[in-house]
Design a protein around this ligand. Structure first.
Ligand code: NAD
Ligand code: MG
Length: 391
């Protein structure tokens, strides 16, 4: 039996993870769980799964969950230290890092230092802390399994030696992108995009922030950086290909001309279950792929003019140091401003570019530098947005 610590239990990845736990009660139990503010959803999780400990983002949210779950043998906690501590809990074998954004970095690192298996959905953690994150993984001998569907596909398409390490006999990684809801929209039409349109992803049902990132292609930019850290490559060794059907989740091109792809219906329970059970597999109840029904697969190049975020991410990688943390922070603030109706959809990349280009980039030799860069970039981005008239 594997004890799971589910960070971000009330989110989209959280719910899919709970579904896998529920389907395999002989293999997994929910040991600990966290959420920020979703009191009712967390109370429901407590009743269904009886975790040993849960952590909420505030004392008020904790108190409300505790009241709703009065009498259940659960420790109700709140705050950042408690969040780190559930990732280290003795009952936990694997940590599912499914918090949204930079907020997920600290508890994920706590899980790494406690030598838990890390299931990484929270791409922002790896994008911002990059080398330091990977160094911690190596130092503590931790198994890191990518849950992001593209990276999970790449992981599945790479050969592994007896230690699980990847051999470098591939020539390129091919990162597929759905293209999001505005793939075929003109720049003119994209000026008037609403929040609901930006969140209506054609193929995946996901949390709000990643849905908007998918629409602006920032998600693919973050994933490009994520792939570079995970598989030890540079952006020019990664081709991004738009593939609207989202059946091929990514591919690896080998030096002999072979290309290996991982395919399936788009459902996050596949990469989640793979991470939880690797090197084995379990049933997920995801509908098997029917090739006749799919009939055809399409591919096109991404349009960097309409979607400049992808290019910005590559630029941040080459700038190095704190550039990736700065770009990520700018984007988190810009997306939030778009959600609140303060800027328009296309302004997200304008803000991202301006903040990336006007910030001093430092080399990263400690995590404190990453946290400081994130903080400064957030302040700068808020200021940049507040000083201008966007609407
Ligand atoms: P979501 O918004 O649906 O859920 C986020 C979860 O994190 C919630 O439980 C929320 O309570 C918690 N949370 C949010 N802010 C927090 C904070 N400041 N402190 C503590 N907890 C906080 O998001 P999601 O779609 O499930 O995505 C989670 C992560 O997984 C993101 O990093 C995303 O990029 C990544 N991811 C998601 C998908 C997907 O299909 N949804 C696919 C690949 C990667
Ligand atoms: Mg993805």
């Amino acid at each position: 039996m594997q004890g799971v610590c589910l960070l971000g239990a009330t989110g989209s990845i959280g719910q899919s993870t709970l579904n896998i736990i529920e389907q395999h009660p002989d293999k997994f139990f929910l040991a600990c769980a966290s959420a920020n503010e979703s009191v009712d959803k967390m109370a429901d999780i407590c009743r269904r799964f009886l975790p040993k400990r849960i952590v909420m983002g505030s004392q008020e949210a904790r108190d409300r969950v505790a009241t709703l779950c009065d009498g259940l043998p659960i420790s109700f906690e709140w705050g950042s230290e408690a969040l780190d501590s559930i990732a280290e809990d003795a009952q936990v074998d694997q940590v599912m890092a499914a918090i949204m954004g930079f907020a997920g970095l600290k508890p994920t690192l706590a899980g790494i230092r406690a030598k838990k298996r890390i299931l990484l959905a929270n791409k922002e953690a790896l994008v911002t802390a990059g080398q330091l994150f990977m160094d911690e993984v190596a130092k503590h001998g931790v198994t890191l399994l990518p849950i992001d569907s593209e990276h999970n596909a790449i992981f599945q398409s790479l050969p592994q030696d007896e230690h699980g390490a990847h051999k470098r006999d591939f020539s390129k990684i091919v990162l597929t992108a759905s293209g999001g809801p505005f793939r075929s929209w003109s720049l003119e039409a994209m000026k008037e995009v609403t929040l609901a349109q930006a969140c209506a992803h054609p193929k995946w049902s996901m949390g709000q922030k990643i849905s908007i990132d998918s629409a602006s292609l920032m998600n693919k930019g973050l994933e490009l950086i994520e792939a570079c850290w995970l598989f030890n490559v540079t952006p020019n060794e990664v081709d991004v290909v738009v593939h609207p059907e989202s059946i091929i989740h990514s591919m690896v091109s080998y030096r002999d001309g072979s290309v290996i792809a991982q395919m399936g219906n788009p459902d996050m329970r596949v990469p989640i279950a793979y991470g939880m059970t690797w090197p084995n597999r379990v049933a997920t109840s995801v509908e098997p792929l029917d090739f006749v029904k799919v009939a055809s697969l399409h591919f096109e190049a991404p349009d960097l003019e309409r979607f400049p975020n992808l290019q910005l991410a590559a630029e941040a990688w080459y700038l190095g140091g704190t550039a990736m943390a700065v770009l990520n922070a700018a984007n988190e603030v810009a997306v939030d401003a778009f959600v609140k109706g303060r800027i328009r959809f296309l302004d997200i990349s304008t803000v991202n570019r301006a903040v990336l280009h006007s910030t001093d980039i430092q080399s990263v030799d400690s995590l404190d530098i990453v946290f400081a860069a994130d903080k400064v970039a957030r302040v700068m981005t808020k200021q940049y947005i507040a000083e201008r008239n966007w609407l």
